[in-house]
Design a protein around this ligand. Sequence first.
Ligand code: ZN
Ligand code: ZN
Ligand code: FE
Length: 739
Amino acid sequence: MTSAPSIGVERRRIVLRGAVQGVGFRPTVYRLATDLRLAGWVQNSTGGLELEVEGSPENLDRFLCKLKAERRRAAVVLSEEVSQIEAAGFASFQILPSKGDEPKTTSVPPDLAPCQDCLRELEDPSNRRFAYPFTNCTNCGPRYTVLLDIPYDRSKTTMRDFILCAECQREFDSSQDRRFHAQPMACPVCGPRLWTEPEECEGRSAIERAARGLARGKIVALKGVGGFQLLVDARDRSAVLRLRQRKRREEKPFAVLMSSLEMVHQYCNVNACEEEMLCSPAAPIVLLKPKQPSDLAAEVAKSSPYLGVMLPASPLHHLLTMAYPHPVVATSGNLSDEPIAIENGEAQERLKDVADILVLHDRPIARACDDSVTRACLGQPQVLRRARGYAPLPVVTPRDLRAVLAVGGHFKNTVAIAIGRKVFLSQHIGDLDTVEARHSLENAIEDLCRLNQFKPELVTCDAHPDYASTCWAIASGLPITQVQHHHAHVAGCAAENGIQGNYLGVAWDGTGWGLDGTIWGGEFFREHNGQLERIAHLRTFRLPGGEEAIRRCWRPAAGLLWEISGADELEQIPGCGVVVPMLDKGINAPLTSSVGRLFDAVAYFNGVGFANHFEGQAAMCLEHAIGDLKTEESYKIETRNGVGDWAPLIQELLADRDKSLGAARIAAKFHNALANWIVTVAQMADVRDVVLSGGVFQNAYLTERTSALLGEHGFRAFTHHQVPANDGGISLGQAVLAG
Ligand code: ZN
Ligand code: ZN
Ligand code: FE
């Protein structure tokens, strides 16, 4: 359909890379081009989106300007290349069929919470999608969780068996419509249907049935976007306790679903960054400071100073919060430590003893994707669990990488593949202790490779020989590179921040297999010419009882006291007799340089934290103990020959405790000492950039104070934002180092 081009007509070729499929870009491009009377074409390609537009130079400039604005709104395009080529004489503008035969390198789009237009229709009784729980359009809706294969077309989603009705088809085909080529679109006539079990109710009455159940203290299992969720009224203490008991989850905080931003403000203090995250298309759980007093049951998040809050992430959640406008616990639909259920049959079987009412539908979930967890740190979003709404978007690194498959760590596992400069991370898979979780690991690897038609040249894993991910890597038969845990932490953080080299990496966490056979976790590395040299670390101490020392804070506390003065001082820890022989003989008491365990011991000495029922619990309590206290006071960590000695710190701290200095001041002085120590080592290291990684840097007070101090001393501090600082970010670092 070309003819001789007219005079003054120019042609531009534009390539958009990144997650441009499934975010309504083809229809947007079509609309912009036809509005400006430009001819040409647009096509989904495996590299992203390609288009050519032809017309007057003024209109082409206007088009590019508008396209830029649309890109910003969708916020997922990674790069744009524009080139001018000879005019071809196109007669019209067309959407061409997807190319599917080239190597697949496009990013798969994440799931998006409902847009304002869809919400308006949802609440409008005169609209044909009024109260329809599966409405969506090119700007919103499920993506990654319905996608079976790419290119992203309806025939390759879990919507493929729902044949569009005549009216939907007209919308799908009309370039003027918001649902033009919206692949997962649906309506009450042709789309998925909702029902409850037992006592089958359908559609709106299913939602009313669920709401009535919540009001009566029942546990509702709801098929959400990326898997089942368990819901109870968050104000109903006995319902919350029953959920904890049935789910076998005693302490770990539950997240709460709220109907509106107004409700969130009623229960929590919310700043601008937090508001933005809550209302973003990813609709994650955001950790907020709760207001007191509150009518929420204390058992919702008793052991945490934060409350995880989310707004409705789908039309179904909107309808439910409209029918039941109260805070509702929304936790993943599984028993403690198991992967989240995604199939109806699975939920009927596995959740039958947990939930009183099941809310089911017939739109299959292609893969499990938990709710993501974020918080604000240094005024910016920080992801703590990366899943729905973020996965599987890539992180762009500064260098081209080899085709590496990184299988991550053992806890909070994620896997990743490297293609060029992009590292595509899987959704959060979780701890790999159960057979089911190891199955999820295998599925995620297969899934990520298939969606990207990726054949790894190399697999990379942790240096820990017993991690389930390490075992998978060894059994895969691929060439293998093992990456030390803390090297991976800092390399991931550096890559995410675009740092090319010559930095100080601070890797502080609970535990990781060290290169010298001890358990590391308080390490400093200087990066130079691609090598990571361990230039400083925390003085080692023993963890009596190994694994048990991670759960019980008195055990690392005993390890510290024993190091200072042998068994003599141990009597101040009641019931510690069992560990004395372990410490004396060094049996079942491994050496560690872990800052995470130092936190546990200090939480114990300070009387604010005694156990870790979930990772970082005691450290969280210690951070919380600071409250609003502002002080420059600090304990001292002495660094000699690269070893940071905590002994003076502990002695002064115990003296403060005996003087009843107060938990807040003791906690602040401890945090300040750690921040000062980082500055001291940075000055020794002779670098400008400092990256902070590892689970310890989920501590907002420590991260913010360290960053501020480093800044004052002329350093640039970096921490994680796109991937978690905890072991969820390990796969990124592995991919970068092995690649
Ligand atoms: Zn929409
Ligand atoms: Zn329809
Ligand atoms: Fe770690």
